[in-house]
Design a protein around this ligand. Structure first.
Ligand SMILES: [Zn+2]
Ligand SMILES: [Zn+2]
Ligand SMILES: [Zn+2]
Length: 358
């Protein structure tokens, strides 16, 4: 007879329904009585209990004082209906949503104490889905006691991101009075979560800057090689159609900068910030460029030569910047779907400045 058949039989006798007389003991083959905190007795089969829970197995195998006396197992400290639901799970591996609503916390405790991993898993999920501001602190305490790390983390996250509201709950006030260690643990978690958030934000901002620079590098190359919109190299036919490219906003900004750079009277030495920025971009390109001989980006070779001469003075921060720009490009090409490279370009007129006769 399989376990599920037995459980069907059991349902036939319905020994666990709330309205039933628990003390009747009419169940066929029942050889053990579970005693609940209400003093009620629920008949059960020792072989099934032993199979479902190693802790119950130990209790059942323990020698009794009087051989003739009836075997009883007290399961106290939780409502007797919760015990009934627990036993039903041991027989059938089933537990309804309604049971979970009513006795989720008790079932978690029972599953932990009597080592029933399937029920523990079920409760962990069930309770995680039922977390509310009002009960999260209680569930958190229980999750810690019952060593349920997933549930614990979920509670912690909820408390940490809704602390203002949860601070007002009865559960929190009780915790403050009775479990200062857990209070400290929670406050520490919140603190770390904030630090983590800040660090992630800072990292994301930096990453987006490196990505912008890496995009600017791509644009610089393609403006200098084939031209884009109104700006292009002096030796490329202006009649070629040039429409906005896929990196329009970066590219357009760069084109404006290039136009400025070509016409500015103050220049870098005159203290022009925009020119200085362009200068840095050209230098960055040169640091990244791996074919300076064929390269059409202005000053690429000159910068390379200068860098070789000044190798010793090449500062660490600049090298770090170069490395990060290169890796930002690598990361973005891994994580983004490949952009359409060649979109049909609209014809636009080329009244713009012809560039790079620097
Ligand atoms: Zn472009
Ligand atoms: Zn300028
Ligand atoms: Zn180059």
């Amino acid at each position: 007879m399989s376990l599920s058949n037995i459980s069907d039989d059991m349902y036939g006798h319905s020994p666990f329904s709330v309205n039933n007389d628990h003390s009747s003991g009419e169940m066929t083959g029942a050889d053990v009585q579970i005693i609940t905190s209400g003093g009620l007795r629920i008949p059960a089969h020792s072989c099934i209990l032993a199979l479902a829970s190693p802790v119950l197995e130990n209790i059942i195998d323990r020698p009794r004082k009087h051989r003739s006396s009836e075997k009883t197992i007290p399961i106290l400290g939780v409502p007797c209906d919760a015990v009934a639901v627990f036993l039903r799970f041991l027989y059938s591996s089933k537990c309804t949503e309604e049971d979970m609503d009513k006795y989720g916390v008790h079932l978690l405790a029972l599953s932990h104490v009597y080592l029933v991993p399937q029920l523990k898993q079920r409760c962990t999920k069930g309770l995680a889905g039922r977390l509310m501001f009002e009960n999260v602190v209680d569930v958190l305490q229980l999750a810690r006691l019952c060593n349920a790390p997933d549930l614990y983390l979920k509670c912690m996250k909820m408390v940490s991101s809704n602390f203002k509201a949860i601070e007002q709950t009865e559960g929190w006030k009780f915790l403050q009075n009775h479990d200062p260690w857990l209070e400290l643990e929670i406050l520490q978690f919140i603190d770390e979560a904030e630090t983590r958030k800040k660090r992630t934000r800072r990292h994301r901002e930096a990453q987006s800057l490196y990505l912008q620079l890496s995009e600017a590098m791509e644009c610089l190359e393609h403006i200098c090689t084939e031209g884009c919109m109104s700006v292009g190299p002096y030796d490329v036919e202006p009649s070629k159609n040039r429409g906005p490219c896929s990196k329009f906003s970066t590219c357009q900004g760069l084109q404006l900068l290039i136009r400025h750079f070509a016409t500015c009277k103050r220049r870098v030495n005159g203290g022009c910030l925009r020119c200085k920025r362009m200068w840095q971009l050209l230098r960055l390109h040169s640091s990244i460029c791996d074919q300076p001989d064929a390269c059409k980006v202005p000053l690429c070779r000159q910068f390379k030569l200068k860098m070789q001469q000044e190798k010793k003075r090449d500062d660490a921060r600049w090298r770090l910047l170069v490395r990060k720009v290169v890796s930002a490009k690598a990361i973005s090409s891994l994580s983004l779907p490949k952009r359409k490279r060649e979109e049909p370009r609209e014809a636009i007129n080329h009244s713009g400045v012809r560039m790079f006769e620097l």
